[in-house]
Design a protein around this ligand. Structure first.
Ligand SMILES: O=C(O)C1=C[C@@H](OP(=O)(O)O)[C@@H](O)[C@H](O)C1
Ligand SMILES: C=C(OP(=O)(O)O)C(=O)O
Length: 451
């Protein structure tokens, strides 16, 4: 597969469609796919993964672990087999480890690499090189790691090996699952029980998966701790891992089917971990008709099918407690808010400013170009929903290296009087290969061209 940074700009042209209908399983969960490669590599024995996301972000994680000597098969229809090397079996990579657009890879791997005997370098694309890494460097240095970074703690990160790490009890300043996971993963190599206290609940895949593989993570309220104090007793056991469909990818279709009249779609096998379902709660509070069917548990994660029918949406003040539980879904939720009747207010979401792009600024800008009254604030946005059949005009949008911006504006095109033209859509490959094909199969009108 061509790396996204090498490919020509992909352009989407999205125009209004008829009702959406059909059934689909969106690709595998990105957070769980990254972790399945990392933990499978660090486990002893074989790990067989199914449902793996064959997107650029998780493929970059896979390539990095191969570069550290782990034998990992080429993904085939979501199946990957890893011959784990154990917690201390990684080898020094010959070159810098390239993680592309992926914050999750860089932040989680920095925790793992801080505990290794060898030096390593982590680097990413232009978008990732602008994102803050001090948030992981600070707790890792407090544990005894040595890390060199660029100005203001930006990547590339040079991580010096051979340091002996000590457990910390970390009060995390922001609600970030990546920082929490980074510290817990460094904690696997530290003397004593590493703990992290989160200011608000964030996705807990790391805790669930580590426990499932044999290293317990105990939770007491907002505090999570590695259970075993003695590093020599810690060991992950390889096993089968099944990755559910990604609710963050499903979100584009939850909104699309909600806003296009007479639509009804069924999204199957969607991961419904309660730390990820904020998007459903927010859309339901806006009046969406989303039914959860066939609830079951797969590999330690709740999964269900989601039936979505179109419904009139109304604006709301979004509950701040839901923000970390829907953190990646705001670009498309802003599109839903623009289609709703009345005002939607988002607060407490300053983290959106440090994602693949500044998602508050880029979305407010694009919505304004499409004729929506959208006011960015320091920590959120105020959107005056138009509640009309076609609230959007025409505009040309630049996705700014951000897959979710590209897909959110493709959804906006479903309700445009003209055409929404989106540049930089090659980044969609990071999380949602096959997005355009699925969008059109369910009834959307997306034309693709290269520039
Ligand atoms: O841990 C993870 O897999 C992720 C955590 C979130 O980031 P933050 O921890 O920066 O909030 C989320 O935005 C990202 O897409 C994936
Ligand atoms: C923020 C995201 O990912 P990451 O931080 O891994 O780049 C995302 O996928 O929306």
């Amino acid at each position: 597969m061509t790396a996204v940074h090498d490919s020509a700009s992909l352009i989407y042209r999205s125009t209004a469609s008829q009702a959406l209908e059909g059934e689909a399983r969106v690709p595998g969960d990105k957070s769980i796919s990254h972790r399945s490669i990392m933990f499978g590599s660090l486990a002893s024995g074989t790990t067989e993964i199914s449902g793996f996301l064959e997107g650029e972000d998780s493929l970059n994680t896979l390539r990095c672990f191969r570069a550290m000597g782990v034998s990992i098969t080429d993904p085939e229809a979501g199946r990957v087999t890893i011959e784990g090397v154990g917690l201390h079996g990684l080898k020094q990579p010959e070159k810098p480890l390239y993680v592309g657009n992926s914050g999750t890879s860089m932040r989680l791997m920095s925790g793992i690499l801080a505990g290794q005997a060898f030096d390593s370098v982590l680097e990413g694309d232009a978008s990732l090189s602008r994102r803050p890494m001090k948030r992981v460097i600070d707790p890792l240095v407090a544990m005894g790691a040595r890390i060199d970074a660029g100005p203001e703690g930006r990547s590339p990160l040079k991580i010096h090996g051979g340091q002996s790490l000590k457990a910390i009890d970390y009060a995390m300043p922001m609600a970030s699952a990546q920082v929490k996971s980074c510290v817990l993963l460094a904690g696997l190599y530290a003397e004593g029980c590493t703990c992290v206290t989160e200011p608000a609940p964030t996705r807990d895949h790391t805790e669930r998966m580590l426990s499932g593989l044999g290293v317990g993570v105990a939770r007491d309220g907002a505090r999570v701790c590695i259970e075993q104090a003695d590093p020599t007793t810690r060991r992950l056991e390889g096993r089968r891992l099944e990755v559910p469909a990604d609710i963050s990818s499903a979100a584009f279709f939850l909104v699309a089917a909600s806003i296009v009249p007479d639509s009804e779609i069924l999204l199957t096998h969607v991961g419904l971990n309660p730390t990820r379902t904020g998007v459903i709660d927010i859309l339901k509070a806006m009046g969406a008709d989303i039914r959860i069917e066939n609830r079951r548990e797969v590999g330690g994660e709740p999964v269900a099918d989601l039936r979505v029918k179109s419904a009139p949406l109304h604006g709301i003040a979004i509950d701040e407690a839901l923000v970390p539980l829907a953190i990646d879904e705001f670009p498309v939720l802003f599109v839903a808010a623009a289609c709703a009747t009345g005002r939607t207010v988002l607060t407490g979401a300053e983290e959106l400013r440090v994602k693949e792009s500044d998602r508050i600024a880029v979305m407010a800008d694009g919505l304004a170009k499409l004729g929506i009254d959208a006011t960015p604030t320091a920590d959120g946005m105020i959107i005056e929903g138009r509640g009309e059949p076609t609230p959007f005009g025409s505009a040309t949008i630049y996705a700014q290296g951000d897959h979710r911006i590209a897909m959110a504006f493709a959804v906006a095109g479903l309700k445009a009087r003209g055409e929404v033209t989106i540049h930089d859509c090659q980044f969609v490959e990071t999380s949602f290969p096959g997005f355009a094909e699925l969008f059109n199969r369910l009834g959307g009108c997306l034309e693709l061209s290269r520039h």
